[in-house]
Design a protein around this ligand. Structure first.
Ligand SMILES: Cc1cc2nc3c(=O)[nH]c(=O)nc-3n(C[C@H](O)[C@H](O)[C@H](O)COP(=O)(O)OP(=O)(O)OC[C@H]3O[C@@H](n4cnc5c(N)ncnc54)[C@H](O)[C@@H]3O)c2cc1C
Length: 315
């Protein structure tokens, strides 16, 4: 028995939902993978703060939004997951500065932010409609598409530390790069909200752009099967999908995981894929593309936890 599994958290007075041994395949878009030892869906920000204060100092913590860029290995994650989606759900228009800002908490789905901006006659948020994540997830990943990235439109962020204390941080406090965001001074903090700045504009035009963008996605991505979007970052001046296709890997399968015949940078779950199937396919793609094209593809999707074998050895 894993000792970590025996850890008890004092839940008296907490208003959120606390669970032990929570299976994660229902919480990630790949619909695969293992369980986490502890999971908490806070009632709101204050409740999250109380919860974090109660966690032991060295407890590994993982914030999860919509799980659309995440895989938990089959042996699970020895730590605590905090679910933000629907939990941190505040979404407001703040009109008190010279330009309006949208304040969105970490659990708000990004397409909702795009709609909210258009409904308030703002433009520049349309790209967020195509990313099936949460505000916390797009901040952590600097998610983007069609020439725009999340941090292009971030004015400030609100974070929470392990002791449950809130901070307001400016963009210059982060090294922001393509699908990568790291604090300049390493800190154990998580995103709980952001203020976004968008230009005033025409809501109808924004909604039209959203429709066009979504139509383009439906035409080019395998949205009918569980996936996690692009698996690899595009290398400089090239496309991961092009390299994978040129390496002859479209349609390649390991177990229930398949390199999508529609978009080669997507791995789809054909049914019953394990996290291990997906990870092995990722490794096969990396070695094959390196051998055939000399390019080392870097993973964009986040993989955490233990392989099943390692867990058995541990027990
Ligand atoms: C069909 C499809 C299309 C996609 N298209 C795009 C695209 O065009 N562009 C793009 O960039 N991505 C795309 N993605 C990937 C994914 O949607 C983004 O990476 C998104 O930002 C993930 O958000 P999430 O809330 O689901 O994060 P999760 O998958 O839940 O988490 C991703 C990472 O962010 C961390 N994280 C989550 N919330 C927080 C928080 N509050 N504080 C700190 N860390 C946090 C997690 O710990 C994890 O490391 C696509 C995915 C799918 C399935």
């Amino acid at each position: 028995m894993d000792m970590a599994n025996l850890m008890q958290i004092e839940t008296a007075g907490l208003r959120g939902a606390y669970k032990r041994s929570e299976p994660m395949h229902t919480h990630v878009s790949w619909r695969a993978g293992g369980a986490v030892d502890r999971a908490y869906a806070p009632a709101d920000l204050d409740d999250l703060s109380v919860f974090l204060r109660r966690l032991p100092q060295h407890e590994p913590i993982l914030f999860v939004g919509l799980g659309s860029n995440l895989l938990i290995r089959d042996g699970g994650f020895r730590g605590t997951v905090v679910f933000t989606h629907r939990a941190l759900a505040g979404l407001l228009l703040e009109n008190d500065s010279s330009r309006p800002e949208i304040y969105a908490e970490a659990g708000v789905a990004t397409p909702k932010v795009a709609r909210f901006a258009a409904n308030h006659d703002m433009e520049g948020a349309e790209f967020l409609a195509g990313i099936p994540g949460t505000v916390g997830g797009v901040l952590a990943m600097n998610a983007g598409c069609y020439g725009s990235e999340t941090w292009d439109v971030v004015v400030r962020v609100r974070t929470i530390d392990r002791a449950g204390k809130l901070h307001v941080r400016e963009p210059y406090e982060y090294n922001v790069a393509y699908r990568s965001v790291l604090p300049v001074h390493p800190r154990d903090e998580f995103f709980v909200a952001a203020w976004f700045g968008f230009a005033r504009g025409d809501g109808d035009r924004a909604r039209q752009r959203v429709r066009e963008l979504l139509a383009k996605r439906i035409a080019t991505q395998p949205l009918g099967e569980p996936n996690a979007g692009s698996v690899f970052r595009n290398p400089p001046q090239d496309y991961a999908a092009r390299l994978i296709e040129a390496s002859g890997l479209k349609g390649r399968r390991i177990g229930g995981a398949e390199v999508s015949p529609i978009h080669a940078n997507f791995i789809v779950n054909k049914g019953g894929a394990t996290a291990n199937d997906i990870e092995e396919l990722i490794l096969l793609i990396q070695t094959t593309v390196h051998r055939t094209a000399g390019v080392r593809l870097e993973r964009e999707v986040q993989i955490v936890g233990q392989a099943l074998k390692a867990q058995h050895e541990h027990n």
